[in-house]
Design a protein around this ligand. Structure first.
Ligand code: GLN
Ligand code: ZN
Length: 761
């Protein structure tokens, strides 16, 4: 019985690659230094998998930046502005595409399915001259082989590559990306020939787009592509790997009929219906790569349950054709539990990071072939049992309260326009009120203070004094700038989710549980392991303090339940909705405490609501339903005169605008400036919007200072589609990554633009 790993994290157990990359980019180390760190990481990963007994070990899942960018390099599809003139693509061209250079900005980056990983979007037009320009796949294969490890080289599948591309600027609207398929396949054939010549006997194509709801002509592209590749693939075993969701029935049919393909990989953790499709019919003589070990989470596998699933599959596909695998690449989980020094043993026994998942996969494969490691299985069973029964996981009062919410509706009694009237009487704001999203620049000094307090190097008294001073300065600055609704600047927060997680029960934190977000950037999601409750108020102290410094309204600043959920590793022993409802109740208590403390405007950020949207259309309505419900629960208990704001990042809202309206916030601020036409078009098309709205008037991701006229121009464009009495003026998002030298002039111009237009109205 064989075992397989879809892909492995690149960063290293202690983010070695991150530091090597950043040092190279800063000119502090050489290309050889970077290559050496990378080669050492690859070698240790391969040896680790070989040592654990994995049969199909992937190669070419390492990347210096991103696997889609690697595919772009392989195909020589470098946009002309990077000035590449041919030959093997080196670091210069590669990193220019990824990060931009002195004269040319980077290529666009976007989210990889519903993960927090971002890929570099290929830009293609009718005259791209595809050539085999990076031999990374075959080089890695040979490198592993020289180490004594025969690997299965992994390539982004040709159809997925095209489906995730975008047309280059200026290309005619009628241009179809899929029309490039023959040219792309010509290069794939060269790569395949190279891999064959180097001795590869298996090859893996990642085609995760197969789990999306694809139109029939896109499915047809898979049929065509693999038929075209079939002769080149003869004598090879070919695995087409899918992941992240159930595969639709049509796509399953297409996939299992592909020419030249001998093995199919499925995500059986998220794809519970896929199992039914397999039971309904699986082509004889083909391999099934069964993804039963979760690549997206950090929980130890329930080995007994997986074994049962696998034994069922064995009866369908045959003993020698079943391969135990991960549900997706392990890129989306943390690297190695061994480095977690701060988690207690009980919680640790419930977890498995990438390194531990490899061992699980292999243990399952061995058990299937009759060599069950009894000690390993019983330790696993004991850990599963302890997780089920631990009093740290279950809090009956919370369970009951959350269960009572389901199926019922929660809405503020008064409608939004009447509420806005009541609020305006109290707040007395000018037309086009100005505000910011929450955070102000996080200076080196500020980070130092927080770090030293955490490490017990400074006393609580000193810490409070420094933060207090910072808040006072931020308030003073906003008054000077003449902003209408103020914020305290969030100086006490390292991260908008971690800050709340640390104060709620049911959360645990790792020291090295990093997951790549993009390039060298990693995030360290909290782990939600138990029922969530709020032992005591979390923000009231700082918010009241900030309010005491000013007569203007000071926004209370909270992170919403859906965002806390989407940016954490979430427990898998109850539905995500249930966990969200629990968080919603904790935030509700906080909202009401803020109100009691005299805070009249409260912002509840749902930055990540959009990104939790399920991939399959059939699941989206259900998600939006409970997510929006959970948000409403947080503020259903406040008075009409308390103004609830929410904030969302990203500008891709048009398809969920009705859900946004259904959140029933009094005011929403939305990232917008990088695509204003897109957001505003919804309103132009007649969507009725009665609540307050602040589409961001400038991009905070860039150091550029927006001129007053440019901001005024944007506001005027908004006024053309939105009523003047609901429009707010604010930046796209929080200011924490910017410098004061950028923030001061930018906000000065923003306020000036608002005043300019107020005078004209
Ligand atoms: N209130 C948060 C801040 O300003 C919101 C951040 C976000 O939307 N990502 O930093
Ligand atoms: Zn934001």
């Amino acid at each position: 019985m064989a075992s397989h790993i879809v892909g492995y994290p690149r960063m290293g157990p202690k983010r070695e690659l991150k530091f090597a990359l950043e040092s190279f980019w800063d000119g502090k180390s050489s290309a050889e230094d970077l290559q050496k760190v990378a080669a050492d990481l690859r070698s240790s990963i391969w040896k680790q998998m070989a040592g654990a007994g994995i049969k199909y070990i992937p190669s070419n899942t390492f990347s210096f930046y991103d696997q889609l960018l690697d595919a772009t390099a392989t195909l020589g599809a470098v946009p002309p502005r990077y000035g590449w003139t041919g030959g093997e693509i080196g670091f210069d061209t590669y990193f220019s595409m990824a990060r931009g250079n002195a004269t040319v900005p980077a290529m666009e980056m976007t989210k990889w399915f519903d993960t927090n990983y971002h890929f570099i979007v290929p830009e293609l037009g009718p005259d791209v001259n595809f050539t085999y320009a990076s031999h990374k796949a075959v080089d890695e294969y040979k490198e592993a082989k020289a180490l004594g490890v025969d690997t299965i080289p992994v390539l982004v599948g040709p159809v997925t590559y095209l489906l995730l591309s975008k047309p280059a600027k200026g290309v005619e609207k009628s241009f179809s990306l899929l029309s490039l398929l023959p040219k792309v396949l010509a290069v794939y054939k060269e790569v395949i020939a190279d891999l064959k010549a180097a001795g590869a006997s298996w090859i893996q194509f990642d085609e995760p787009t197969l789990v999306l709801d694809l139109e029939s002509h896109k499915l047809q592209a898979f049929t065509d592509a693999y038929a075209e590749l079939a002769p080149a693939l003869s004598d090879l075993n070919v695995l087409v790997e899918t992941y992240f969701a159930d595969i639709p029935a049509e796509a399953y049919k297409t996939l299992t009929s592909l020419n030249g393909v001998t093995a199919y990989g499925f995500d059986l953790v998220r794809g519970t219906h896929t199992l039914d499709l397999i039971k309904g019919g699986f082509p004889s003589g083909k391999y099934l790569f069964a993804g039963v070990v979760d690549g997206r989470n950090i929980w130890a596998n329930d080995l007994a349950a997986s074994l049962t699933t696998l034994q069922g599959l064995e009866g369908i596909v045959g003993k020698d054709k079943l391969v135990v695998s991960t549900s997706s690449s392990l890129l989306h989980t943390a690297v190695d539990l061994v480095n977690e020094t701060k988690l207690d043993d009980e919680i640790k026994s419930w977890l498995a990071f990438a390194a531990q998942k490899i061992v699980e996969v292999n243990a399952l494969a061995k058990a299937l072939s009759g060599n069950k490691d009894v000690a390993f299985f019983s330790a696993n069973a004991a850990a599963q049992a302890s997780r089920k029964s631990s009093p740290r996981v279950t809090n009956e009062a919370v369970q009951k309260a959350a269960a009572a919410l389901k199926g019922s509706d929660h809405r503020r009694a008064t409608n939004v326009s009447a509420r806005l009237d009541a609020q305006q009487k109290k707040l007395n704001l000018p037309i086009l009120p100005t505000t910011t999203i929450g955070s102000f620049p996080q200076t080196v000094e500020l980070r130092r203070v927080r770090r030293e307090f955490k490490a017990n190097k400074i006393s609580e008294e000193e810490y409070v004094k420094s933060i207090k001073e910072e808040i006072r300065k931020v308030v003073e600055l906003q008054e000077e700038l003449d902003i209408d609704v103020l914020v305290h600047g969030e100086p006490e927060r390292n991260d908008m989710v971690e800050y709340f997680g640390e104060q709620l029960s049911g959360f645990a934190f790792t020291v090295n549980g990093w997951v790549q977000s993009y390039g060298s950037r990693c995030v360290k999601p909290p782990i939600i392991y138990g029922d969530v409750s709020r032992p005591k108020p979390m923000t009231v102290f700082w918010s009241s303090l900030a309010q005491s410094f000013t007569k203007r309204p000071m926004k209370g600043m909270l992170t919403g339940p859906v965002t806390i959920l989407n940016w954490s590793f979430v427990r898998n022993d109850q539905p995500r909705s249930e966990t969200t409802y629990q968080i919603a109740l904790a935030i509700k208590d906080e909202v009401e405490d803020l109100e009691k403390a005299g805070i009249t405007v409260i912002q509840i950020d749902e930055a990540a609501l959009r990104e939790g949207l399920p991939l399959r259309k059939s699941e989206q309505a259900h998600y939006l339903d409970w997510a929006v419900h959970a948000f409403r629960i947080t503020n259903v208990g406040v008075q009409d005169t308390t103004q609830i704001h929410t904030h969302m990042c990203y500008s891709n809202f048009n398809d969920i605008i009705h859900s946004i309206i259904d959140m029933d916030a009094d005011v929403i601020t939305i990232e917008n400036s990088r695509s204003d036409e897109k957001l505003l078009s919804v309103f132009r098309e007649g969507v009725k919007y009665g609540a307050g709205i602040g589409p961001g008037v400038y991009d905070i991701h860039s150091p550029r200072i927006p001129p007053t006229e440019e901001i005024a121009d944007r506001i005027n464009k908004m006024l053309a589609v939105l009523e003047k009495n609901i429009l707010w003026v604010n930046p796209d998002c929080g200011l924490k990554t910017r410098k004061y030298t950028e923030v001061k002039p930018a906000l000065t111009n923003m306020v000036a633009a608002a005043k300019l237009i107020r005078n004209e109205l």
